[in-house]
Design a protein around this ligand. Structure first.
Ligand SMILES: Nc1ncnc2c1ncn2[C@@H]1O[C@H](COP(=O)(O)OP(=O)(O)OP(=O)(O)O)[C@@H](O)[C@H]1O
Ligand SMILES: [Mg+2]
Length: 278
């Protein structure tokens, strides 16, 4: 994939004190590909995201976007280069309508935020409606965000991320707190947008059902290291992945077992359902 890769992560490493949160991780992501980064709690997924989006400076390794190393650059620089991420909508914006929130993001992208408070309420309206249509929210455009259901707020967050026209979209647990049905719908939507618009998407998701149903490819981390990568089919059959999710290597002695065992159940469940869902 190298010649075409949108994102190449090479030998990425980041430690916090003695903890090697990310320990020599390498993977690639193509334009238009939906790549899931999975692993037990504490595996290093968020640290990986934060090294790519500029929130953290890696200790070593490279993060190549179209072949140019962006590791250690500021989050603003990386955002300007077309790397989007989902943010939770700040409570302060919740009294504005859905459309106004997206218009504000579009104005910010155009560097015209200062005009907002004047005569600009109609600015970027058409573009905002297009984006809201893409995420299935055009009917709700003129409602205050504060009146929206939780699942719809998550769609607004996606529209906000898309307003920057990202080539690469980073989504760390975009479905956190959502009901299972809604999780499926949101990730299916992201998959469609990724394929239609050629956006490379890297996401984490704790529901194995959702990951196996939608991801084009999966990268598995455990204790900071990449232990497997490949198609959902290949990952489903990977012995080491199963072992890690069963907790025999995934959790240190004395660590809480709840999350790994939930993930193990999820992996098995996804595995048993995969034939019917794909
Ligand atoms: N800012 C920090 N300071 C110290 N240790 C950290 C920091 N951020 C992460 N860690 C540690 O690094 C390791 C990886 O954490 P990370 O948050 O990247 O895992 P994760 O895979 O995102 O987990 P989860 O599934 O729970 O979100 C963990 O041991 C965590 O305690
Ligand atoms: Mg995390």
């Amino acid at each position: 994939m190298s010649a075409l890769a949108l994102l190449q992560v090479q030998a990425l490493a980041k430690a916090f004190g003695g903890v090697k949160a990310v320990d020599g991780v390498s993977f690639e992501l193509a334009a238009g590909e939906l790549l899931a980064l999975i692993g037990p709690n504490g595996a290093g997924k968020s640290t990986c995201f934060n090294c790519i989006n500029g929130q953290l400076r890696p200790d070593s390794g490279q993060v190549l976007l179209d072949g140019h190393d962006i590791a250690g650059r500021s989050p603003q620089d990386i955002w300007r280069l077309g790397v989007g991420r989902t943010f939770q909508i700040a409570a302060t914006w919740s009294s504005m309508t859905v459309s106004e929130n997206v218009q504000l993001a579009l104005l910010s992208k155009a560097g015209r935020l200062g005009q907002w408070w004047g005569r600009a309420t109609r600015m970027q309206r058409e573009q905002a409606l297009e984006l809201l249509d893409a995420v299935g929210l055009s009917q709700l455009a003129d409602l205050p965000c504060s009146t929206l259901a939780y699942g719809d707020i998550k769609r607004v967050e996606l529209a906000l991320a898309l307003s920057n026209r990202p080539r690469l979209l980073l989504m760390d647990e975009p479905t956190a707190g959502m009901a299972p049905g809604e999780r499926n719908e949101l990730v299916a939507l992201v998959r469609r947008l990724s394929h239609e618009r050629g956006i490379g998407v890297l996401f984490t998701e704790h529901s194995m059902d959702v990951v196996f149903a939608h991801a084009d490819r999966i990268v598995v981390l455990a204790r900071g290291q990449l232990i497997a990568q490949g198609s959902p089919e290949a990952i489903r059959q990977d012995e080491l992945v199963r072992e890690v999710y069963f907790g025999s290597q995934g959790a240190p002695q004395g660590a809480p077992q709840a999350a790994p065992s939930t993930a193990a159940e999820g992996l098995l469940l996804a595995s048993s359902r995969a034939d019917s869902s794909r």
